[in-house]
Design a protein around this ligand. Structure first.
Ligand code: PLP
Length: 425
């Protein structure tokens, strides 16, 4: 029995309707932007394995650093104890994060990084004895799959079974083209309330909500209003961090820096599960007290795992190399040429780009939605041609690892072009 059939007997996959899904592709090896299946077929990973991979698969330098750490110290409780990789990683993150950030709190994925950010903001007010519990979020937002992260996300298909159980948030329009003024007005109105605890947003790019993009300027103005009102701002940089937008963080495009920043996906170069939430001294100081009840009672068994921190440090070493940023610039250029060229295709609407990421809606006469049935057809079309994509309904996007070569990009682009030509109405 092959791996896929064994899998089907014992495994329940994420975001998968197990009754109708095809068998999963059994991957045995990765190298650069390529993955290889059991039969030796070579695939190009055009979505960085669910948006996490930055430097390529099984990167030898990261592998070596992880191996060294693994035989030295694999894990230790992170309350009452510490270790070199966690300390060095926090020191180095604070060097690349916006200068207002002063502390790093570890967790182990993107959803928990956001949970931590939200809980920090809520308890910040609780510790001050002020009842402020309303969170402002943006339309289309996606912040993860745990309950707090779901609550802060738009009420959509993903969270529908749980709507009644999610805490109430105030949703304002994302400041997309044409809605900048309205978004700002809605936020200004919301910020007038005296019970606002925080404003949570995905800066510049709303990922799972449909790869929706907007400019830094309008967000900057929205954060500016929060600053005036003393409302903590939480940037969910789980997707946008680590070069995705062309700079280290999307927040680097903002004049008004967020108070809390959530990181995960690219943090370890896509090697290990790790989350980190950084905050300003102002937020951190709000938890200092002679009263133990004001402590941040949050932690995970694998908080600050040394092996994951070593992977993140190795990834940061690679970000110190000029070559990595040259690649980011190269990809931004290549993506721009492709997306500009494809924009006028009769199947394409709303071709767009933020940094290394491009997206466009594929038109098939049905509405743009996660359930648009074009999705499975496009997915199969590309995977059959050994290009790994994962469209959000009829929204197609590319999030390549930075090591992807020009030849590999050409293969991806030509497959997408023929895919668009081959769609039957
Ligand atoms: C993926 C994602 C998350 C959730 O991260 P997980 O590691 O999948 O829990 C949160 N926020 C954003 C913006 C994301 O893209």
């Amino acid at each position: 029995m092959g791996l896929s059939e064994r899998d089907r007997k014992v495994i329940w996959h994420p975001y998968t309707q197990m009754q109708t899904a095809g068998l999963p592709v059994p991957i045995v090896r990765g190298e650069g932007a390529r993955l290889y299946d059991e039969e030796g077929n070579e695939y190009i990973d055009a979505i960085a394995s669910w948006w996490v991979n930055t430097h390529g698969h099984a990167h030898p330098y990261i592998a070596e650093k992880v191996a060294v750490q693994l035989s030295k110290l694999e894990h230790v409780i992170f309350a009452g104890f510490t270790h070199e990789p966690a300390v060095e990683l926090a020191e180095r993150l604070l060097k690349v994060l916006p200068p207002n950030q002063s502390r790093v709190f570890y967790s182990d994925n993107g959803s928990t990084a956001v949970e931590v950010g939200i809980k920090m903001a809520l308890q910040y007010w609780h510790n001050r004895g002020e009842k402020k519990q309303k969170i402002i979020v943006l339309s289309n937002s996606y912040h993860g799959d745990t309950f707090g992260a779901m609550s802060a996300s738009v009420r959509d298909l993903f969270t529908e079974p749980f709507w009644d159980l999610l805490f109430d948030v105030l949703c304002v329009d994302a400041p997309v083209k044409g809605k900048e003024i309205k978004a700002l007005e809605q936020l200004a109105d919301a910020a007038e309330r005296d019970d606002i605890a925080a404003f949570v947003f995905e800066p510049l790019l709303q990922g799972a909500g449909g790869m929706i993009m907007y400019d830094a300027g309008p967000l900057d103005n929205m954060i500016g209003i929060c600053k005036q009102k003393g409302i903590p701002t939480v940037a969910d940089e789980v997707l946008t961090g680590f070069g995705r937008t062309g700079k280290f963080f999307a927040s680097d495009y903002l004049a008004n820096k967020p108070d809390i920043i959530c990181m995960s996906k690219g943090l370890t170069g896509g090697t290990m599960a790790l989350g980190a939430t950084s905050c300003t001294a102002g937020i951190y100081d709000g938890f200092l007290s002679g009263d133990k009840r004001k402590s941040f009672f949050h932690g995970h068994s694998y908080t600050g795992n040394p092996v994951a921190c070593a992977a993140a440090l190795a990834s940061l070493d690679l970000f110190d190399r000029k070559e990595t940023w040259d690649n980011v610039v190269r990809i931004i250029g290549r993506q721009k040429d492709f997306v500009t060229g494809i924009a006028s295709h009769h199947r394409v609407r709303n071709a767009r780009q933020t940094g290394t990421i491009i997206a466009f809606d594929v038109v098939n006469g049905k509405e743009t939605s996660y359930l648009n049935d074009l999705r499975d057809w496009m997915n199969d079309y590309c995977v059959n041609r050994r290009i790994i994509i994962r469209p959000l309904g009829n929204v197609m996007y590319l999030i390549p690892p930075y090591c992807i070569t020009d030849n590999e990009l050409d293969r991806v682009y030509s497959t997408l072009r023929s895919m668009l030509d081959d769609i039957e109405s």
